[in-house]
Each structure stands twice: as C-alpha cells, then as structure tokens.
Design a protein around this ligand. Structure first.
Ligand code: HPA
Length: 271
C-alpha cells in the first residue's frame, strides 16, 4: 500500500512544477472554483499510476494544479464514493498521495440533507465535527506509518480555520450554519426514521462522502476545513421526496456563496 502511494507521488512530483501545501476536493457546490484557478496545469486520473478509475463515463476526473488567491493549490476534480463500489482504501488513496506531496491543509465540500430544524435549503453549514456511519473504517488494516494506530479525532475540523471562515462569512454578509455532518454509505437517501435517528444521534446534516477522506487526512496530520450545502431537509413530520436533480439544483444555487468563502479562506489560510 505504502509503496503504491509513494509510486504515485513520485510520478506526480515529476510532472509538478509547483509545490502546493493546500489541496481542495471539489465536491458538490465547489465545482465552479476551477474557474478561479490561474496558471493551471492538469493531470487526468486515467494517466496517474495506481489512481482509482472513475466509474462515471465521460468524467474520468483530474488533478488541477495552479494558484488560487495567490496560493499554490492542488485540486481534485472528481472524488470517489463508497457507494460507487470503491473500497475505503481507494476512496482515500488520493489523500495519502497528498500527504506524500507535502499537503498541509485540505478543503472539502459536499451536499447534505439537513436535519436541524433551524436549517433551510441552500444554507451553508460549516462542519464542526462528524459522525462516521460508514460500514467500513478507512483505517482498518495494517497501520500506515503516517500517523498512530489509534489516531485522536478530538479536532477533526480545524478550529482556527472555522474561526477565519466565520469572520470571512460575516464580512461578506453570508449567513452560515455550523453543525455535525454524519457520513453514511448511500446511495439511498434516508427514510424518515433514519433522518430522525441521525438527528437524535447528534447530527445536523447527512451525506454520502467526506468522512473517509477527513479521517485519513487527520491520520496523516493534514488539517481540514469542510462545508456542506444543505440541499434538502429531513425534518421530522416534514420529510419530502428528494432527488439527485433537486440536490444538484440547490447546490448550484448556493455555489457562489460557497466558492466566495473558500477562495478567501484559502487566500488567508497561510496567514
Ligand atoms: N442524505 C444523504 N445524502 C445527501 C442528502 C441526504 O438527504 N442530500 C444530499 N446528499
């Protein structure tokens, strides 16, 4: 496993002429951030040794290197979900490669269903903590010596970055929520009873990604900042039908707010 990660990193290092310490997983709501990357150069996942191959036809995915707000960055356009059939090692492989490349901070986004009655569709929720509800743990198996066998998860989401993001959102007049994200395997959206259970368990939003990558990033000592776009609501007694199209529509509408905060936060993250 470690050899494969290092082989991939060595391949990328040969192609890279920048040395980013910041990575972004362009999840739902952040796709348009690519338009702000300058001095960009790209490497298709299909050309990277050991990289998982995308299951979505026509969207093989790529790494984009360049500058965002004056900061050298590496962006993943296209992520791997457990529900697509990838194993946890594949879902999180790119994060371990990031560690080998010298990444120190990871920015992630996702779409999520809101269960907190204070939330509305289109809200941004800064992730303050998570609940891992995936059926397989990404660190299961032989410990890769990037971190301890039993890693601490007391501050999975960096408090300093949350504070900075709050300040930026306030300056920009963008309303943000805070909350706990629960990651589950999907691909079904939740039944009303499941939304209720997740809320009782302490989650404010539920989605099908992010938690595996964050766990692996923390194991590697990479600090993390994450935001969910609330694309639908699973409130007790008010659960309405959810579709991928609606999720996409709500995420697209929230995209400008999301990218504005991320762009500025990345620009200031080194300060
Ligand atoms: N549940 C799980 N994943 C999601 C949801 C949801 O309600 N909305 C967007 N992604």
């Amino acid at each position: 496993m470690l050899e494969r990660i290092q082989e991939t990193a060595a391949f990328l290092k040969q192609k890279m002429h920048t040395h980013p310490e910041t990575a972004i997983i362009l999840g739902t709501g952040l796709g348009s951030l690519v338009n702000d990357i300058t001095d960009a150069y790209e490497i298709n996942y299909a050309d990277i040794p050991n990289f998982p191959l995308s299951t979505v036809e026509g969207h093989s995915g790529k790494l984009i290197f360049g500058k965002l707000g004056g900061v050298d960055i590496m962006a993943m356009q296209g992520r791997f979900h457990f529900y697509e059939g990838y194993g946890m090692k594949e879902v999180t492989f790119p994060v371990r490669v990031m560690r080998e490349l010298g990444i120190k901070t990871l920015f992630v986004s996702n779409a999520a269903g809101g269960m907190n009655p204070e939330f509305s569709i289109g809200d941004l929720m800064i992730i303050t903590d998570h609940i891992n509800f995936f059926p397989e743990h990404p660190l299961r198996g032989k410990n890769i010596p990037y971190g301890p066998r039993f890693p601490d998860m007391g501050e999975a989401y960096d408090r300093e970055l949350i504070k900075k993001a709050d300040a930026i959102a306030a300056e920009m007049g963008i309303k943000v929520q805070h909350g706990v994200y629960l990651g589950t395997q999907g691909p079904t959206f939740e039944t009303p009873a499941e939304y209720k259970m997740f809320h009782i368990m302490g989650a404010d939003a539920v989605g099908m990604s992010t938690v595996p990558e964050v766990i692996v990033a923390r194991h590697c000592g990479i600090r993390v900042f994450g935001v969910s776009v609330i694309t639908d609501l699973g409130l007790e007694g008010q659960v309405v039908e959810v579709s991928h199209e609606e999720v996409q529509k709500a995420a697209d509408a929230a995209q400008p707010k999301m990218t504005a905060i991320m762009r500025e936060l990345i620009a200031r993250s080194g300060e």
